[in-house]
Write a protein that binds this ligand. Structure first.
Ligand code: FCB
Length: 436
């Protein structure tokens, strides 16, 4: 049936990240990476969407779409431009923006770390440095002290597995290292940062008189399936990849269970370091030997990622079995440069959620607007709102109108489906790729 209703209390909104939309800051590792010509289309986050200036217009647009929740980030390098020097104007800026978000009817979920570091932190060795946990925590504490009265919900760290794997194992992202050992060390550190920040946020806000803190991290999850289901090598490879990239990471972050090759930091015990399960879900990988592949003949988006709606529930289910907590889909969306199939993608993923018994409570669509998509630059468009990066003109796409109606109706009926999604078609992967 081409319709569904969402459960009462289910909240829909959108997500962004500071570095991907703000523009104007050259004091972070991604601006530095871009200045060295390492972004595939030559663009830079110093331009991005100019959101740091145009945020009022963006908040208005979000309001007009009826978003109920908004996940946003802070740029650490703006708040602490030099080690130990905190910029009050930057804090005041974020405060004003968050107050406007709340006044527009959205509950904010604030991300403290989303892939970007101040340049001084990157230069000292980022999360490989022995002092990095203390340094990160001091920043995090300044944020909670400054904004804890208006923000109760936090993501400490976005996708630690992606940050560590791309920056320290594949070397495609800053700082460009290719070492398994270093990637694992960084992953362990990020888990320690999360656990200590989890405790700190609860503590600091409780000292401020609040007992409603909700803290977790945003886990990048995929389904890893064997390329040929009957092939024992593919099966083992899929299991190992899932374990190294995903399972050991959530065990460490969520419960302080550091399994090899992660290393348990001193003074960290087992515990429950989450108030909800945060999942960023995009795609499935099919595996032959190690890593990432895309099956032959499967529907794909404009970056070649498989579109696999069932995977969202498979990921949520595996996390729920382990951790039993409310589930927030902290990111889900697709690269669809011409908005040809985004409405269908949204429909199919939310339909999965509507049909599931799992306690999925929130959905943050990635992304509110086209933006600076890391190594892909400006050419991979994930937004509900189109951005002309030259003129900075914002234009809501048809998928934005679909999403607005879906939120308003708290579901999709046959009429809405046929108006927006019924005639949308995906492209298909011509041959099997990757997975080696
Ligand atoms: C996720 C990131 C987010 C965005 C999407 C497409 O891995 O968290 O910043 O780049 O992918």
């Amino acid at each position: 049936m081409a319709s569904f209703r969402l459960s009462d209390g289910f909240l829909l909104g959108a997500a962004t990240a500071a570095t991907q939309i703000e523009g104007g800051d050259s004091n972070n590792n991604w601006a530095d990476w871009a200045s060295r010509g390492l972004i595939s289309d030559g663009s830079s986050p110093v331009r991005a969407n100019d959101h740091y200036i145009r945020w009022r217009e963006d908040v208005e647009l979000m309001k007009s779409m009826g978003l109920k929740v908004y996940r946003m980030g802070l740029e650490w390098s703006r708040i602490e431009p030099e080690q130990g020097r905190f910029d009050e104007a930057a804090m005041a800026h974020y405060r004003e923006e968050i107050e406007a978000v709340i006044a527009a009817g959205m509950k904010p979920l604030l991300t403290l770390h989303h892939f970007s570091n101040p340049l001084w932190f990157e230069k000292m060795g980022a999360f490989e440095h022995d002092d990095s946990v203390a340094v990160f925590l001091r920043f995090a504490k300044a944020v909670i002290r400054g904004l804890g009265d208006i923000v109760s919900e936090y993501i400490t760290i976005n996708e630690p597995n992606v940050y560590a794997t791309f920056g320290y194992f594949y070397g495609a992202w800053p700082p460009g290292h290719k070492s398994f050992k270093r990637a694992m060390r960084v992953m362990s550190r990020l888990a320690e940062c999360h656990i200590r920040a989890y405790e700190m946020i609860h503590q600091v806000r409780s000292n401020m008189g609040y007992d409603d803190s909700k803290v977790s991290f945003a886990h990048h999850m995929r389904v890893f399936d064997p390329a040929s289901p009957g092939n024992p090598i593919h099966k083992i490879a899929a299991k190992i990849t899932a374990r190294m990239f995903q399972d050991i990471v959530d065990a460490a972050m969520m419960t302080g269970d550091f399994k090899l090759p992660l290393r348990r930091p001193r003074d960290i015990g087992r515990g429950r370091y989450y108030d909800f399960i945060g999942i960023n879900y995009y795609t499935r990988s099919t595996v032959k030997n190690f890593g990432d592949g895309v099956g032959a003949g499967v529907p794909i988006n404009d970056l070649g990622w498989e579109i696999y709606p069932e995977g969202l529930i498979r990921c949520a289910d595996s996390m729920y079995k382990k951790y039993q907590a409310p589930i927030y889909i902290t990111e889900n969306g697709t690269c669809d440069n011409n908005d040809r199939f985004r409405s269908r993608y949204i429909f199919e993923h939310l339909q999965q959620i509507a049909a599931s018994d799992l306690p999925i409570e929130r959905y943050y669509h990635w992304c509110f607007c086209d933006n600076f998509e890391w190594i892909e630059g400006e050419k991979a468009r994930f937004g509900l709102v189109h951005i002309d990066f030259e003129t900075q003109k914002r234009t809501p796409k048809r998928s934005a109108e679909f999403y607005r109606r879906l939120i308003e109706e708290h579901g999709v009926d046959e009429e809405l489906y046929s108006e927006f999604a019924a005639d949308q078609v995906y492209s298909f992967n011509s041959s099997s790729s990757g997975g080696e």
